[in-house]
Design a protein around this ligand. Structure first.
Ligand code: SF4
Length: 258
């Protein structure tokens, strides 16, 4: 990030930095580390999921079940108060100082690209590690400026997913290096079926993953997070973790439901 931008953002908050930790990209996290063995140098942005920040909701399509079980606040180190405070400060930075945030993101992406080049790896960035922000409309120029970076996300926004599928098929109007996977909740199953029919991919949380889900092949989504490797029309089976193990909302597909 341009130092001046960050300093001015700090000043505006009367000495309280909106993102005291300063870095937007997290380079090491359980969610993304497994992709390293596929020649990928991964990074992720953790903003506040759903209603974690009292001021903004960055997951407008979150269901009751996914809000309660979200790995973005309920698993591993994500539950730690320091990590929560950092997500909230990063969210404030994103919402209140958008231009500065994007300038810093651009700078961090340049560093990531350089690092990947030195290590002989391919950089990949999950922009929504714990949010559902339409980056293709907020920062298409950033995605377009880094064609060597694979950007990928999960989304619960069905319109966004349909836009991704339609525009990718038409070969225009969607950043070529940005890949989306639809994410099932207890309230969007009909959308999942339609998306699978159209050749999209759908992530489903299971207590025990079956081989197929309503006729679609289920692959092991816990092996790695590089979703842009997935074949069209597959279901990405994720195991219930954190609070999701005790879910009773229907967000987790139980064996008897599958
Ligand atoms: S939409 Fe995704 S990131 Fe947001 S609360 Fe639900 S599971 Fe978490």
């Amino acid at each position: 990030m341009a130092k001046g931008c960050y300093a001015s953002a700090r000043q505006k908050t009367r000495g309280r930095s909106p993102c005291r930790r300063a870095w937007i990209l997290t380079l090491s996290s359980k969610k993304i580390n497994k992709t390293r063995k596929y020649g990928i140098l991964p990074a992720v942005i953790y903003l506040s999921p759903s209603t974690e920040s009292a001021r903004w909701n960055l997951c407008p399509n979150a269901s009751e079940g996914c809000s309660a079980c979200c790995l973005g606040h309920s698993s591993g180190r994500m539950v730690m108060p320091t990590h929560k405070a950092c997500r909230i400060r990063r969210t404030e930075f994103f919402m209140e100082y958008r231009a500065h945030f994007l300038a810093q993101l651009r700078h961090e992406l340049s560093l990531l690209v350089g690092r990947a080049k030195r290590k002989g790896l391919r950089p990949a960035v999950r922009l929504n590690g714990s949010s559902d922000v339409p980056w293709e409309t907020i920062a298409p120029e950033i995605i377009g400026s880094f064609p060597q970076v694979k950007f990928y996300d999960y989304t619960k926004n069905v319109q966004r997913m349909h836009r991704f599928l339609a525009r990718r098929q038409a070969g225009c109007g969607w950043p070529l290096n940005y890949y989306l996977t639809f994410s099932r909740s207890e309230d969007n199953e009909a959308d999942c079926f339609r998306i699978l029919e159209l050749g999209g991919t759908v992530a489903v949380v299971f207590d025990r993953a079956p081989k197929t889900w309503y006729g679609a092949r289920v692959i092991d989504g816990d092996r790695h997070d590089a979703r842009f490797f997935d074949r069209p029309g597959v279901v990405i089976g994720l195991s219930a973790k954190g609070k999701a193990r005790k879910d009773s909302s229907g967000f987790v597909v139980r064996e008897r439901m599958a």
